[in-house]
Design a protein around this ligand. Sequence first.
Ligand code: GDP
Ligand code: ZN
Length: 354
Amino acid sequence: MDLKTLGWNSFFKEHFAGIEEKGLVPARVVEEMKGFHKVRDTQGEYLAEISGKIRFQAEEREDLPAVGDWVAIALRAEEGRARIQWILPRRTKLSRKVAGKAQSEQIVATNVDTVFLVSSLNRDLNARRIERYLAAVWESGARPVVLLNKADLCDDAAALAAEVEEVVLGVPVHVLSASEGIGIPAVQKYLVEGETAAFVGSSGVGKSTIINALAGEEMLRVQTVREGDDRGKHTTTARQMIFLPGGGIVIDTPGMRELQLWEIDEGVQQTFEDIEAFALECKFRDCGHSGEPGCAVEAAIRGGELQRERLENFKKLKAELEFQASKVDPKVAQERKERWLKIHKAARKKGNRI
Ligand code: GDP
Ligand code: ZN
C-alpha cells in the first residue's frame, strides 16, 4: 500500500521532512489497544511501542499517539516491531471530554477529513441531535456531511431532508437506503483515494450497513483480526481503520461510536451562525435571549424567521460548554459560584425559597 492510499499528503510530507533524526519512516496509527499501538507503513503492519522521549514529555493524553495519527517510526524489521519516535502535527482532531473528577480530553480519532452524521429517517431523526454533532465536527476541523438513512421506511424522505437542510445551513445532506444500496455512490464520492472519513450517529441507524456497502462486502464482520494474548487465548476485535477498495479510509473506533459530546466551542457558533447574526442586533451585548428588552433573537422567533427549539438547543449547548469549561478552569468555576450566590440572595430577598 503506498503512502497516498494510507492518507499521506503534502502537509505530512512537509512536517516529516523537518524531522532531523535519520533512518525513520512514516507510518499511520491504525489501532489503539491497551498499552500498544498498531501502525502501518508502505511495507506492512507492526506493533509499536512509544519512545521514552514521547512518554516522558507527555503531559496529557493528547500528547500520545491516537488512531489516525501520522508518526515517524524506527523499524526493527526482523522482529516485526516498531518504535514511535515522533507524532506529526494533526490536521484535524475529534475529541471528547471524559467525565470524572477532572475533565480530561479523550481523542477519538485524528486526521479525519470527513465526518458523516448518520440519522435514520424513521424515529431517530432529531434536528437537535444533528446540531449537536455538527457543532462537534466543526470544532474538530473535519468536514461534516449529513446522511439520512432508511428512506425506505419513510413516506416523505424529501420533505424531511428539506427540513434538515434548513437546520444545517449549507452542509450537504444525502438521503440513503443503505440496505438496498441506494445513495451509496453519493457517499463514495467523498472517499476518494487517501481521504479519511468517520461515521457517527446513534446505534442502529445503519452505520455498519453503510460501511459494508462501501467496502463491497461484509467488511465489519469479515475484517477482524486475531490477537494472541499472553495466555495464548484468542480474542477477536474489529478493525479500527478500514481501507476501502476504492481508496478511501474509514476510521471506526469504539470511541467514535460512543461519542456523545465532543469538545465544542467555536463549533457551536458556526452551527448557529443564524442566531449569532440575529444576536448582533440585540440591544444588550450580553443578551441571554430570554426576555430581555430589545432582543432581536426573540423578535426573529416571533417573526417566524427562527425556530424556538433551535434557540433552546443553542442555549443548552452553550450552558453545557460553560459547565465543562468550569470543570477545568477555576476562574470560570468561581464566577459561576458567585453568580449562583447572587441568584440565591436575590431569591431570598424576594422571599422565595430555593
Ligand atoms: P449501526 O448500529 O449504526 O451500525 O446500524 P447497523 O448498520 O447495524 O443497522 C441496524 C439495522 O438497520 C440492521 O438491521 C440493518 O439491516 C438495518 N438497516 C440499515 N440500513 C437500512 C435501510 O436503509 N433501510 C432499512 N429498512 N433498514 C436498514
Ligand atoms: Zn437577545
